[in-house]
Design a protein around this ligand. Structure first.
Ligand code: AMP
Length: 170
């Protein structure tokens, strides 16, 4: 199955000059959803992942399904002010603006093997912030998995030494 055929390209969203990769057109396809989760999960089948960290909000959709498939738990990393209990925070630069991410302070147990999942690796700022949160919480980061990697933005440069996997590259 050619997943790229199901991804819609939306020019100038959410700002002029940004080409937005819209995965809703992929996820609405039963075969597309199944293939997406299979291809994101398969590289980690033997990796003994304890928990998948999904980044708000499309990382929740993909991350929870990957976690279930790997027999792992799921942890949401959220935009500020959404989590109810004591949280830790990291600020970062986005392709279009700045933002911050939070996770519950007690979400990851020390030494747990963690996989971070998101839909798009663009400039890498979001993923780098999630990486910091996992490390602050004491997690053992096994890697980061993305459906889409935008090679021209070189997000991997913000993730030195990390194992980065992407299903599709543009
Ligand atoms: P970045 O921090 O620049 O790597 O941005 C990654 C985050 O922003 C991911 O959570 C994506 O969902 C979103 N994102 C950034 N650029 C795009 C894009 N061109 N198309 C779709 N989502 C994007």
């Amino acid at each position: 199955m050619d997943l790229k055929q199901h991804i819609r390209h939306v020019p100038d969203f959410p700002k002029p000059g940004i080409l937005f990769y819209d995965i809703t057109t992929l996820l609405r396809s039963p075969a597309g959803l199944k293939a997406t989760i299979e291809r994101l999960s398969t590289p980690y089948a033997g990796a003994r992942i304890d928990v998948v960290v999904g980044i708000e909000s499309r990382g929740f959709i993909l991350g929870a399904a990957v976690a279930e498939r790997l027999g792992a738990g799921f942890i949401p990393v959220r935009k500020p002010g959404k989590l109810p209990a004591k949280s830790i925070k990291e600020t970062y630069a986005l392709e279009y603006g700045t933002d911050a991410l939070e996770s519950h302070a007690d979400a990851v147990d020390s030494g747990q093997r963690v996989l971070i999942v998101d839909d798009v690796l663009a400039t890498g700022g979001t993923a780098a912030a999630a990486t910091q949160l996992v490390r602050k919480a004491g997690g053992d980061l096994s890697g980061l998995a993305f459906l889409i990697e935008l090679l021209g933005l070189n997000g991997k440069a913000k993730l030195p030494g990390e194992k980065v996997f992407s299903v599709l590259q543009y």
